[in-house]
Design a protein around this ligand. Structure first.
Ligand SMILES: Nc1ncnc2c1ncn2[C@@H]1O[C@H](COP(=O)(O)OP(=O)(O)O)[C@@H](O)[C@H]1O
Ligand SMILES: [Mg+2]
Length: 357
């Protein structure tokens, strides 16, 4: 296990500043995810932690040891880190055992020790019976587990994973999430995981760091950042959300785009506000607050994804099928609203309100 402390790290490639004043501590044994859109700086941060990249300024500590900063730079092989990349390249000419043994073999570890370590880690990734197979005799998920085993065989204190599942199909990706999480729990290892997939981040992480343009927008547990997003970017990136322009007055928020219909509002703001509502927080109700016309409904199995026209605005409603099953398109409907998020003009969250209409 290892803690990682990032002190004021900035990274620029020429004029392009890709990480700005990164200040975070990842605790011992945590599963941390760096989440954000492509190009936001996730891989760069991971490569700085690994030692493949030097920060332009700032300091990096693994536990109490300075590994990067000032005149100090500890090379990757001296950082006790395991790493798996998106293209998980396992060597095609080596069987599973030799692939996994490789990091120990190049260190010239004793044969008996290599065997014991490889067998142990193959057990962890459920590949014990495949030790003699070659990569072309394995599925994508199994090859990915070989890469994982290779990263774990030298018992690293810290495991860095850069979009390790993105080359796998959807079903395999989902099951591998749980496997990686299990392995992390079993070994009690600290993991820094990079992905642009919010569902993956939500499912696996103790804490998520959501990055945009090299700046951490918010960090917290999946629940924290989903339920109380710090700003509009966070609300938008995690989960589904619709934004509506409104005006707060007299205990209500009025929506000009909805023909002047309104919802109750107990907050302090008056005047223009931006309201965000997650479609699962809008529902069909006899005594709802917004009235519109059911325009479309998409059956998705577990839920139904509906569009209701309220004035000039198309409102998205994600609901359990039973609630509206008997309704026909074109029919007038009434909508209730559970939770809303009210944002300031600068995009920062002012308030999260449960209105339960
Ligand atoms: N070696 C490099 N030289 C120049 N620019 C780079 C280099 N590596 C990354 N970048 C730039 O840094 C930014 C962040 O890249 P990266 O960390 O790979 O993002 P992410 O992993 O979030 O997709 C991008 O604009 C990318 O073009
Ligand atoms: Mg990347």
């Amino acid at each position: 296990m290892a803690a990682v402390t990032i002190k004021n790290i900035t990274k620029a490639f020429g004029d392009n500043v890709v990480l700005k004043s990164f200040n975070e501590t990842f605790k011992d044994g945590e599963f941390i995810t760096l989440l954000g859109p492509s190009g936001c700086g996730k891989t760069t941060m991971l490569r700085i932690i690994a030692g493949f990249e030097k920060p332009t300024s700032g300091e990096l500590y693994i536990d109490d040891r300075l590994v990067s900063g000032g005149k100090t730079f500890v090379p990757p092989e001296k950082r006790s880190i395991g790493m798996v990349f998106q293209s998980y390249a396992v060597w095609p000419h080596m069987n599973v055992f030799d692939n996994v043994a490789y990091p120990l073999a190049i260190r010239k570890a004793p044969k008996a020790e290599i065997r014991a370590s490889v067998e142990k880690v193959l057990g962890v990734v459920h590949l014990s019976q495949y030790a003699d197979r070659f990569p072309n005799q394995l599925s994508g998920g199994q090859q990915q587990r070989v890469a994982l085993a290779r990263a774990l065989v030298a018992a690293p204190k810290l495991l860095l994973l850069d979009e390790p599942l993105s080359n796998l199909d959807a079903k395999l990706r989902e099951s591998m999430r749980f496997e990686i999480k299990e392995i992390q729990r079993e070994l009690g290892i600290t993991v820094v995981y990079v992905t642009h997939d919010q569902t993956e981040a939500m499912a696996m992480s103790d804490r998520i760091f959501l990055i945009n343009r090299g700046v951490v927008q918010q960090s917290g547990t999946p629940q924290e950042i989903y339920n109380t997003p710090a700003n509009q970017f966070v609300a938008d990136f995690l989960g589904k959300v619709d934004f509506f322009k409104g005006e707060a007055k007299d205990g209500r928020i009025v929506f000009p785009g909805m023909g002047g219909q309104s919802i109750p509002y107990g907050g302090p703001r008056t005047g223009k506000v931006e309201v965000a509502i997650r479609p699962e927080n809008i529902f069909f109700a006899e005594d709802g607050v917004l009235t519109g016309t059911l325009e479309a409904q998409y059956y998705l199995g577990d839920v139904d994804d509906c569009r209701v026209r309220v004035g000039d605005t198309l409102v998205r409603v994600i609901t359990n099928g039973w609630e509206y099953k008997k309704l026909a398109n074109g029919r007038p409907v009434t909508l209730g609203v559970r939770d809303i998020m009210v944002f300031e003009d600068d995009g920062l969250l002012e308030q999260m309100l449960s209105i339960q209409t």
